[in-house]
Design a protein around this ligand. Structure first.
Ligand code: BMA
Length: 812
């Protein structure tokens, strides 16, 4: 029996009686009641942040009926309390919560009463708690953008501010509060383990965890992905053989079928008193760190096949957790699939995602690299801290372990490398605490509760024990020489990492997103508001530093935003195409970062409003299952083909050197075989003769056609920096048409146009492609993939609102 306690009342300072429905928080309720303005607008962050210097109180009054009260076991269960709070039921203290990453449950059998009951939750200021803890026990942590002492509090670290996030350490209830009663039995968990046998069949081991007050029978039902009842048994802990399994594959390799396992607890009268269903995808999944010619590989192996991981790092989707919904996560993860991701890393400075996140990753075939929630700080392993952590670990491991998508569990973000390389005050105690937490406690618990999932102590790491975590020949890498280190993009091409789990480049969010938090006179990168929506120290200077390398000085803010996005896309393209061409040596590229939690200049490829930056369109290209890429040095172009599909491919590669007026200066083509899961590099093309004397007006086009002659991709490269290219001002014709269900947009140019960006003044769409190159007089057709918002959906309104620009316009 379960009763949801959804309606709450907030009291904060002089404000009382403010209503909220779970999920809700101090900020969400004050905002909904028009007491505060949008904390993301302008400089509102600072006023809102001040509010968290004080605590607040949430109360709920709820009715308990006789039937509920009669239950032998009666528990009040809090799935997500953020974070430090004392909880009272009917005026009596129930307990204290100190960790938002775990469930808090209290026995209320002797406390709940018939009729009205009242829960009061008194939240402490998270600001003060962090600072006080820091004074009591100072520890190292990243400092510029967060609040001192954040690591003492088991609250998502980013809420205290990060180099892409505001300081808005909210307080509230972000997951359900329920009253749970039972007298016979409660199924606490169903664990499904799988063993793949040599003959291709799969044996499932089903282990329910039950709190039974009397003897019960277990009824287990297994349904196939298409809904057939495969098994129906009353055996305890049954082992089930699936002789003809439909395997689960990552995106790009096949389908993602899910079997449903339901366990029912059946009482003496043959009545089902509780049931629980879980979904499982049948696959083997591990990470290989086997020794090879270069050192040790680092790659996901799914169903025995080595996968090149393609994706990005995921951060929490909002600072106000009440706004994170299944629909929003669904949109974001589908955007990952649109850009051909097969992997996503949940970064350790946020919180363990909701169940729906893992459900969606199962359904979409996204392999999840899951960090435990520790990032960029040293921690003190006191007995109390450890007591608080253990339930967090066990609950979350259990919550994630059945998911087909779960690929790797990782101890922390960047602490092993930070300890050695970031000038952290060294002391033996902190070092021992590190080793105990990530190399003993966590792996032991993972061994016990998720023995089939690969554990990795830190990201980056070479396997642990402070053994050169930044060794590029072993383990994963974070590469920040480009951006933080100021190195040129070409730096990436001299790196041969085994798996790069972080590297990134910032850009401004979409112009409309910038407009959503600023007044017109603030739309300058160095205004107070824009600088406040740039949390990386010196971030805008860094952008300008790189901008100077490649583009003319932008003529206005809009062109600055556009150029920043082109730079970002180019930086990531240079890295990822090179690593994919070196498939085998490198086996993963997860760029920093997929998304934003508020409107900000950052490394994200999709901004906080869900708008795609140039990088996300570029990701769709550089993560294409079959990728043709071109590298140039001294007028010599090398083409490489990377095949991330499970079949051998034979493709036609066509190239040409053209003038900006579309004259063909040189051309060639070749049929190229690329075996399954491999990359081939073609002999270099020496183009000096056709390029050198007219290099400011020459571009290289490379096209890829499949066996059926369908164009898979078409891209270009320049032989000089774009700022020095002699752009002819393009006359870009546009048209919008409706073909059955599809809205199509046409682009055609009279001269070479690169990075052509299509926008609509009055509506927001995700297109099949954008920031495209127009390389001949043939029109290019784009389709509308997704409507994000705006009300102009008719052809005439779309036409009236269309705006197009290209690199030629940046500094004209
Ligand atoms: C990495 C991440 C984050 C950070 C990002 C950009 O180190 O782990 O901590 O936001 O770089 O600086």
């Amino acid at each position: 029996m379960i009763q949801y306690i959804r309606e709450w009342t907030l009291s904060y300072e002089n404000f009382t009686g403010l209503q909220g429905t779970i999920p809700c928080s101090l900020y969400s309720i004050l905002y909904q009641n028009h007491i505060i303005e949008d904390p993301f607008y302008g400089l509102n962050e600072y006023k809102s942040r001040e509010m968290c210097e004080k605590g607040c109180t949430f109360t709920a009054v709820f009715d308990v009926e006789e039937e509920m009260l009669q239950n032998e076991k009666l528990r009040l269960r809090f799935e997500g309390v953020d974070t430090l709070a004392n909880i009272y039921l009917n005026g009596k203290w129930l307990g204290r919560t100190e960790n938002m990453h775990r469930v808090w449950e209290f026995d209320v059998k002797d406390r709940a009463v018939l009729g009205l009951n009242e829960i009061e939750i008194q939240f402490d200021s998270p600001m003060q708690a962090a600072r006080e803890a820091a004074l009591k026990y100072p520890l190292w942590g990243v400092t510029h953008t967060t609040v001192d002492g954040y690591q003492h509090i088991r609250k998502a670290h980013y809420m205290y501010g990060w180099d892409w996030g505001p300081q808005l350490p909210d307080m509230g209830l972000f997951r359900d509060v329920t009253l749970v009663g039972y007298s016979t039995a409660k199924i606490l968990d169903v664990w499904v383990r799988q063993k793949h046998l040599r003959d291709g069949s799969v044996r499932l081991f089903i282990e329910p965890e039950i709190d039974a007050c009397e003897s019960i029978d277990m009824h287990t039902i297994v349904m196939s992905p298409t809904g057939e009842r495969l098994v129906d048994t009353f055996k305890k802990n049954p082992e089930i053989l699936i002789s003809d399994p439909q395997l689960w594959w990552p995106n790009g390799w096949g389908d993602h079928p899910l079997y449903t396992v339901t366990v029912e607890a059946v009482d003496k009268e043959a009545l089902c008193c509780d049931s629980k269903s879980v979904r499982v995808g049948l696959r083997t999944m591990t990470v290989s760190t086997a020794a090879d010619a270069y050192g040790n590989e680092f790659c996901f192996v799914v169903n025995g096949k080595k996968m090149f991981a393609m994706g990005a790092d995921y951060i929490p989707e909002d600072n106000l957790l009440s706004r994170v919904t299944k629909q929003r996560t669904n949109d974001l993860l589908n955007d990952c699939i649109r850009a051909n991701y097969n992997c996503i890393r949940v970064w350790g400075g946020g919180y363990y995602p909701d169940d729906w996140f893992f459900d969606l990753c199962d359904e979409l075939g996204l392999v999840v690299w899951q960090d435990f929630m520790f990032a960029c700080a040293t921690y003190r392993m006191s007995a109390a801290f450890e007591r608080n952590l253990i339930p967090e670990f066990i609950e979350n491991i259990k919550r994630m372990r059945n998911h087909a998508c779960l690929g790797l569990l990782c101890g922390n973000n960047e602490m092993e490398t930070a300890w050695l390389n970031w000038g952290i005050p060294q002391n033996e105690r902190t070092k021992l605490d590190y080793l105990y937490l990530y190399e003993q406690l966590l792996p032991d618990l993972c061994d016990e509760y998720a023995p089939d999932t690969f554990y990795w102590p830190s990201s980056p790491s070479s396997g642990g024990g402070f053994d050169d975590p930044a060794d590029e020949n072993r383990g994963d890498m974070h590469c920040w020489e480009v951006w933080h280190g100021g190195k040129p993009f070409s730096y990436f091409r001299d790196t041969y990492f085994r798996f790069c789990s972080e590297f990134g480049f910032e850009s401004f969010p979409d112009l409309k997103t910038c407009e959503s938090f600023s007044a017109p006179n603030e739309r300058n990168p160095f205004s107070r508001v824009m600088e406040s929506h740039q949390k990386c120290v010196g971030g805008n200077q860094k952008m300008l530093h790189y901008l100077a390398d490649d583009y003319l000085y932008p003529k206005n803010f809009e062109m600055f935003v556009y150029a920043s996005q082109l730079l970002q896309a180019d930086a990531m393209r240079q890295a990822i195409t090179h690593w994919r061409a070196n498939r085998g040596r490198c086996m993963g590229a997860l760029y920093w970062q997929l998304n934003d939690c508020w409107p900000v200049a950052s490394w994200a490829s999709i901004d906080s409003a869900g708008r795609w930056k140039a990088l996300h369109y570029e990701a769709k290209r550089f993560f294409a299952p079959i990728l043709l890429t071109a590298f140039e040095k001294d007028y010599c172009v090398t083409l490489a083909l990377s095949n991330e599909t499970l079949r051998d491919v034979s493709c036609r590669v066509c190239w040409s050197v053209k003038s900006s007026a579309f004259d063909v200066i040189a051309q060639g083509e070749k049929q190229v075989q690329c075996p399954v899961l491999s990359a081939v590099t073609l002999p270099p093309l020496s183009l000096a003769q056709s390029v050198e004397n007219a290099k400011y007006d020459r571009f290289f086009v490379y096209e890829l056609y499949d066996e059926a002659g369908t164009l898979l991709s078409k891209q270009t490269l320049l032989f000089v920096k774009p700022k020095h290219f002699e752009w002819k001002k393009p006359n870009i014709l546009t048209d919008v048409r409706q073909d059955q269900d599809e809205m199509r947009i046409m682009l055609a140019s009279d001269v070479f146009a690169k990075g052509v960006c299509v926008r609509f003044k009055n509506t927001d769409v995700v297109l099949s492609d954008n920031f495209v190159d127009l390389t001949d007089d043939q029109p290019v057709w784009l389709t509308v993939e997704k409507w994000l918002g705006g009300n102009a959906k008719s052809i005439s309104e779309m036409k009236a609102g269309i705006e197009v620009y290209s690199i030629a316009e940046i500094g004209e």
